[in-house]
Design a protein around this ligand. Structure first.
Ligand SMILES: [Zn+2]
Length: 289
């Protein structure tokens, strides 16, 4: 799989920023690419089309139930449909206990479902070498059987691929006091946590120890918001080829968006799921039913 190494450093950066920046209320610049943005959420139209996904749980990493997967994709769809005319639709749920690389998990699924393939696969897994567990997720694709045509045509890899997001379902956004382990080691942040500021207070939020000044952030708004935003983030990577430079507010992104050097708006970063706004435009233009 491509982009295994293009893990979500900006997302990581955003977590880190999450621990230090005060909440802001200023409106962002008009960078939202969506024609569906409205002044009132009560009149927001629903998606006009769906990017279909199958969720595959790598049971060698952690169990995720069908009901949890349904909520995850529903949440991701709600977030995505506020930014584009599209939503996500769960069309299959599968569990894989064979293991191996996430690419091999994807290939097994594709081989077994050749007649009814979705646009994308969400593989809930710690990832190859634990990369998803470390960063939250990563992206890739698998080549579909001959005759398959993806209705979302990537500007970089065309229409013959099925897009993959490898997602760490229970990822701890703004984790505090864990020091790289699965259990709390400290009541304050240690090592690189909370924007590399040791001593930041930890509080219980969403069922784990979180940097105190991150609890009001969008990504912390529900226990599964971070996994949902990661689904969007990782799929979007397949619709632009600058890798980590397609993240929000990178020098390349700011240049492409006409923003000043160093521009960064924390709330907008999380609302954009950590991706450069122009990648959403690529995605919208990719739809060729
Ligand atoms: Zn990324």
């Amino acid at each position: 799989m491509r982009r295994v190494k293009l893990s979500c450093f900006l997302l990581l950066l955003v977590f880190v920023f999450a621990c230090n920046l005060p909440a802001r209320t200023s409106l962002p610049p008009t960078v939202t690419p969506s024609p569906t943005v409205t002044v009132s959420p009560t009149i927001t139209p629903g998606p006009t089309a769906y990017f279909t996904v199958a969720v595959i749980v790598d049971t060698n990493s952690e169990p995720v139930s069908r009901a949890q997967a349904e909520i995850l994709i529903s949440d991701a769809s709600a977030i995505f449909s506020r930014l584009t005319p599209f939503g996500f639709q769960l069309v299959d749920y599968a569990e894989d206990s064979t293991g191996g690389s996430t690419n091999s998990i994807a290939k097994r699924y594709v081989a077994a479902h050749a007649g009814a393939l979705p646009n994308g696969l969400v593989i809930l897994s710690y990832g190859d070498s634990g990369q998803a567990k470390l960063y939250g997720g990563y992206s890739g694709f698998v080549t579909a059987p001959a005759g398959f045509r993806n209705t979302f045509v990537s500007p970089t890899v065309g229409s013959s691929k099925i897009y993959i997001g490898v997602i760490h379902y229970s990822h701890k956004y703004a984790a505090c006091g864990y020091n790289g382990t699965d259990t709390v080691q400290s009541r304050v942040s240690v090592d690189g946590e909370c924007r590399n500021q040791p001593g930041t207070a930890c509080v219980q939020h969403n069922g784990y120890s979180m940097c105190e000044n991150a609890v009001n952030n969008l990504y912390a708004s529900t226990p599964t918001y971070f996994a949902a935003t990661s689904v969007i983030h990782e799929f979007l990577h397949s619709f632009s080829d600058a890798g980590n430079m397609d993240h929000y507010a990178t020098p390349e992104c700011n240049s492409r968006m006409g923003n000043p050097a160093g521009y960064f708006d924390f709330e907008e970063a999380e609302r954009m799921n950590g991706m450069c706004p122009d990648v959403y435009e690529n995605f919208v233009k990719s739809y060729q039913p």
